[in-house]
Ligand binder design. Structure first.
Ligand SMILES: [Mg+2]
Length: 153
């Protein structure tokens, strides 16, 4: 337990460049998808091989100096590989998030101060703390988020 404020951070599209890896796998896939995002439910590697979004890891390291930080992510229900791959990805890129990965379709159920999320889906829009809607006009970059959350001396 700590008395720091709690920050939850979404994975896909916030820390993990899932779209970049989606485009890469689509370019090498032998299957043709009517809806390209259907590959996300099909792929056995997409969540493992996706790269970090620029500045995300550094920003999280900064936030951890001031906040109790957790990862709060939704894993596709129909892609069972995604659940274990997210766990492996977090250990590889964010070892400090040891046992701080929460996978849920109901983000509104979590108690905390801030949720950094690029969408309102899976309860993010109903989160009881403050939803920091990253990569919108209000918070266009990771830098804008850390500027907002970390006080300047
Ligand atoms: Mg997301």
């Amino acid at each position: 337990m700590t008395n720091k404020k709690v920050v939850y951070i979404d994975l896909d599209g916030v820390i993990v460049d899932l779209i970049g890896e989606l485009n890469h796998e689509l370019s090498t896939s032998t299957k043709v998808y009517e809806d390209p995002t259907d590959l996300i439910d099909d792929s056995e590697t997409i969540f493992l091989n996706a790269k970090p979004i620029p500045h995300a890891l550094e920003s999280i390291n900064e936030l951890e100096k001031h906040y109790d930080v957790y990862i709060l992510s939704t894993a596709p229900w129909h892609n069972i590989h995604s659940w274990s791959q997210k766990r492996i990805w977090v250990e590889k890129y964010l070892p400090s998030m040891y046992k701080k990965l929460i996978l849920t379709h109901h983000k509104e159920q979590l108690i905390g101060d801030y949720l950094i999320d690029d969408r309102t889906k899976n309860g993010a829009g109903e989160f009881k703390g403050e939803h920091i809607h990253i990569f919108t006009d209000q918070f266009p970059t990771w830098q804008s988020v850390t500027d907002y959350l970390i006080p300047k001396n």
